[in-house]
Design a protein around this ligand. Structure first.
Ligand code: SF4
Length: 213
Protein backbone atom coordinates (compact mmCIF):
# COMPACT_ATOMS: atom_id res chain seq x y z
CA UNK A 1 0.00 0.00 0.00
CA UNK A 2 1.35 3.42 -0.95
CA UNK A 3 1.12 5.53 2.20
CA UNK A 4 2.76 8.93 2.29
CA UNK A 5 2.52 9.90 5.97
CA UNK A 6 3.50 13.51 5.31
CA UNK A 7 0.72 14.02 2.74
CA UNK A 8 -1.75 12.24 5.02
CA UNK A 9 -0.86 14.44 7.97
CA UNK A 10 -0.87 17.59 5.83
CA UNK A 11 -4.36 16.88 4.56
CA UNK A 12 -5.73 16.15 8.02
CA UNK A 13 -4.28 19.16 9.75
CA UNK A 14 -4.70 21.38 6.68
CA UNK A 15 -8.43 20.81 6.57
CA UNK A 16 -8.70 21.32 10.32
CA UNK A 17 -6.84 24.63 10.11
CA UNK A 18 -9.11 25.72 7.24
CA UNK A 19 -12.16 25.03 9.42
CA UNK A 20 -10.62 27.15 12.15
CA UNK A 21 -9.81 29.95 9.72
CA UNK A 22 -13.39 29.85 8.40
CA UNK A 23 -14.68 30.21 11.96
CA UNK A 24 -12.68 33.46 12.16
CA UNK A 25 -14.24 34.95 9.02
CA UNK A 26 -11.58 33.95 6.50
CA UNK A 27 -12.46 31.85 3.45
CA UNK A 28 -9.97 29.02 3.60
CA UNK A 29 -9.23 26.22 1.15
CA UNK A 30 -6.91 23.25 1.46
CA UNK A 31 -5.17 22.22 -1.77
CA UNK A 32 -2.90 19.17 -1.73
CA UNK A 33 -0.61 20.37 -4.53
CA UNK A 34 0.75 23.52 -6.17
CA UNK A 35 -1.28 22.73 -9.30
CA UNK A 36 -4.55 22.51 -7.35
CA UNK A 37 -3.68 25.72 -5.53
CA UNK A 38 -3.09 27.58 -8.79
CA UNK A 39 -6.43 26.44 -10.21
CA UNK A 40 -8.23 27.41 -7.02
CA UNK A 41 -6.57 30.84 -6.85
CA UNK A 42 -7.53 31.65 -10.44
CA UNK A 43 -11.20 30.89 -9.69
CA UNK A 44 -11.02 33.62 -7.05
CA UNK A 45 -9.76 36.33 -9.45
CA UNK A 46 -12.45 37.53 -11.88
CA UNK A 47 -11.19 38.53 -15.32
CA UNK A 48 -10.68 42.24 -15.92
CA UNK A 49 -9.93 43.01 -12.26
CA UNK A 50 -6.88 44.91 -11.09
CA UNK A 51 -4.38 42.65 -9.36
CA UNK A 52 -1.26 43.42 -7.36
CA UNK A 53 0.94 41.66 -4.85
CA UNK A 54 3.59 41.98 -2.19
CA UNK A 55 5.89 39.52 -0.50
CA UNK A 56 4.58 36.59 -2.41
CA UNK A 57 7.28 33.99 -3.04
CA UNK A 58 4.67 31.30 -2.41
CA UNK A 59 2.37 32.75 -5.09
CA UNK A 60 5.33 32.79 -7.47
CA UNK A 61 6.14 29.17 -6.68
CA UNK A 62 2.66 27.90 -7.54
CA UNK A 63 2.79 29.86 -10.84
CA UNK A 64 0.14 32.39 -9.85
CA UNK A 65 2.15 35.53 -10.59
CA UNK A 66 3.04 34.32 -14.10
CA UNK A 67 -0.59 33.30 -14.70
CA UNK A 68 -1.85 36.72 -13.66
CA UNK A 69 0.71 38.50 -15.85
CA UNK A 70 -0.38 36.37 -18.80
CA UNK A 71 -4.09 36.67 -18.08
CA UNK A 72 -6.83 39.19 -18.73
CA UNK A 73 -6.19 41.40 -15.71
CA UNK A 74 -5.04 44.94 -14.95
CA UNK A 75 -1.64 44.17 -13.44
CA UNK A 76 -0.01 46.53 -10.95
CA UNK A 77 3.56 45.26 -10.70
CA UNK A 78 6.03 47.51 -8.92
CA UNK A 79 8.89 45.56 -10.51
CA UNK A 80 8.02 47.19 -13.83
CA UNK A 81 8.72 50.69 -12.49
CA UNK A 82 11.61 52.53 -14.09
CA UNK A 83 12.02 55.16 -11.36
CA UNK A 84 11.64 55.14 -7.54
CA UNK A 85 8.75 57.58 -7.92
CA UNK A 86 6.91 55.27 -10.30
CA UNK A 87 7.52 52.36 -7.94
CA UNK A 88 5.98 54.33 -5.07
CA UNK A 89 3.02 55.23 -7.24
CA UNK A 90 2.35 51.59 -8.14
CA UNK A 91 2.66 50.56 -4.49
CA UNK A 92 0.07 53.18 -3.54
CA UNK A 93 -2.27 52.05 -6.32
CA UNK A 94 -1.91 48.49 -5.04
CA UNK A 95 -3.55 49.57 -1.78
CA UNK A 96 -6.84 50.00 -3.63
CA UNK A 97 -6.57 47.23 -6.22
CA UNK A 98 -9.36 44.69 -6.63
CA UNK A 99 -7.34 41.63 -5.68
CA UNK A 100 -4.12 41.60 -3.65
CA UNK A 101 -1.92 38.48 -3.59
CA UNK A 102 0.42 37.73 -0.72
CA UNK A 103 2.05 35.06 1.33
CA UNK A 104 2.13 34.96 5.10
CA UNK A 105 5.09 34.66 7.43
CA UNK A 106 3.20 32.26 9.65
CA UNK A 107 -0.23 30.72 10.09
CA UNK A 108 -1.33 29.18 13.35
CA UNK A 109 -3.22 26.00 14.01
CA UNK A 110 -5.64 28.27 15.85
CA UNK A 111 -6.42 30.10 12.60
CA UNK A 112 -4.47 33.35 12.78
CA UNK A 113 -1.92 34.97 10.47
CA UNK A 114 1.26 36.76 11.57
CA UNK A 115 3.20 38.99 9.23
CA UNK A 116 6.23 41.23 9.43
CA UNK A 117 6.82 44.18 7.15
CA UNK A 118 9.53 46.78 6.65
CA UNK A 119 7.55 49.72 5.29
CA UNK A 120 4.08 48.29 5.85
CA UNK A 121 2.61 48.21 2.34
CA UNK A 122 1.96 44.47 2.43
CA UNK A 123 0.36 44.32 5.87
CA UNK A 124 -1.60 47.50 5.07
CA UNK A 125 -3.13 45.89 1.97
CA UNK A 126 -3.86 42.71 3.89
CA UNK A 127 -5.69 44.73 6.53
CA UNK A 128 -7.71 47.25 4.50
CA UNK A 129 -8.06 48.56 0.95
CA UNK A 130 -8.16 45.85 -1.71
CA UNK A 131 -11.62 44.28 -2.07
CA UNK A 132 -10.13 40.83 -1.94
CA UNK A 133 -6.90 39.39 -0.53
CA UNK A 134 -5.60 35.96 -1.48
CA UNK A 135 -3.01 34.43 0.85
CA UNK A 136 -0.96 31.52 -0.48
CA UNK A 137 0.66 29.49 2.30
CA UNK A 138 2.65 26.28 2.30
CA UNK A 139 2.67 23.80 5.19
CA UNK A 140 6.06 25.11 6.33
CA UNK A 141 4.25 28.25 7.51
CA UNK A 142 2.08 26.30 9.93
CA UNK A 143 2.89 26.71 13.65
CA UNK A 144 1.05 25.93 16.85
CA UNK A 145 0.20 29.35 18.21
CA UNK A 146 0.71 33.09 17.92
CA UNK A 147 3.89 33.10 19.99
CA UNK A 148 5.44 30.49 17.69
CA UNK A 149 4.19 32.49 14.70
CA UNK A 150 5.89 35.69 15.83
CA UNK A 151 9.01 33.69 16.57
CA UNK A 152 8.97 32.12 13.13
CA UNK A 153 8.49 35.49 11.45
CA UNK A 154 11.41 37.01 13.33
CA UNK A 155 13.90 34.16 13.47
CA UNK A 156 13.24 32.39 10.17
CA UNK A 157 11.28 34.41 7.60
CA UNK A 158 12.84 37.84 8.16
CA UNK A 159 16.52 36.80 8.27
CA UNK A 160 16.03 34.81 5.06
CA UNK A 161 14.16 37.68 3.44
CA UNK A 162 16.95 40.07 4.49
CA UNK A 163 19.41 38.19 2.27
CA UNK A 164 17.49 39.42 -0.80
CA UNK A 165 18.13 43.09 -0.12
CA UNK A 166 21.05 45.48 -0.06
CA UNK A 167 20.54 46.41 3.59
CA UNK A 168 22.65 46.82 6.70
CA UNK A 169 21.02 44.70 9.39
CA UNK A 170 22.60 42.21 11.79
CA UNK A 171 20.57 39.36 10.29
CA UNK A 172 21.98 40.10 6.85
CA UNK A 173 25.44 39.46 8.29
CA UNK A 174 24.94 36.32 10.37
CA UNK A 175 21.44 35.06 9.49
CA UNK A 176 20.06 35.49 13.01
CA UNK A 177 17.60 38.05 14.36
CA UNK A 178 19.08 40.52 16.85
CA UNK A 179 15.85 42.44 17.47
CA UNK A 180 17.55 45.36 15.76
CA UNK A 181 16.58 48.99 15.57
CA UNK A 182 18.52 49.52 12.35
CA UNK A 183 17.26 52.14 9.88
CA UNK A 184 17.24 49.32 7.32
CA UNK A 185 15.24 46.93 9.53
CA UNK A 186 12.65 44.94 7.59
CA UNK A 187 10.72 44.37 10.82
CA UNK A 188 9.00 47.70 11.45
CA UNK A 189 5.52 46.24 11.65
CA UNK A 190 4.41 42.92 13.12
CA UNK A 191 0.73 42.34 12.38
CA UNK A 192 -1.42 39.62 13.87
CA UNK A 193 -4.58 39.01 11.85
CA UNK A 194 -6.85 37.22 14.25
CA UNK A 195 -10.10 37.69 12.30
CA UNK A 196 -11.18 38.65 8.80
CA UNK A 197 -13.64 41.51 8.56
CA UNK A 198 -15.65 41.80 6.39
CA UNK A 199 -16.16 38.08 6.32
CA UNK A 200 -14.61 36.34 3.32
CA UNK A 201 -12.44 39.28 2.22
CA UNK A 202 -9.25 37.36 2.98
CA UNK A 203 -9.01 34.01 1.24
CA UNK A 204 -6.36 31.61 2.46
CA UNK A 205 -5.15 28.81 0.22
CA UNK A 206 -3.23 26.36 2.35
CA UNK A 207 -1.10 24.13 0.14
CA UNK A 208 0.05 20.68 1.22
CA UNK A 209 3.65 21.38 0.18
CA UNK A 210 6.42 23.65 1.42
CA UNK A 211 6.40 27.09 -0.21
CA UNK A 212 8.42 30.25 0.28
CA UNK A 213 10.28 30.83 3.51
S1 SF4 B 1 17.89 41.66 12.90
FE1 SF4 B 1 16.46 43.35 12.57
S2 SF4 B 1 15.86 43.24 10.42
FE2 SF4 B 1 16.83 41.31 10.96
S3 SF4 B 1 15.13 39.94 11.50
FE3 SF4 B 1 15.85 40.90 13.42
S4 SF4 B 1 14.60 42.76 13.69
FE4 SF4 B 1 14.36 42.06 11.58
Amino acid sequence: MNIDPISMRNEKIGKKVCDTLNSRGFSAFYCATKEEALSKALTLIPEGKSVSWGGCKSAEEIGLIDAVKAGNYIVLDRATATTPEERQQIMKQALTCDVFLTGTNAITETGELVNIDGIGNRVAAMTYGPDSVIVIAGMNKLVSNVMDAANRARTTAAPINAQRFDIKTPCKIDGACHDCNSPDSICSYIVRTRRCKPEGRIKVILVGENLGF
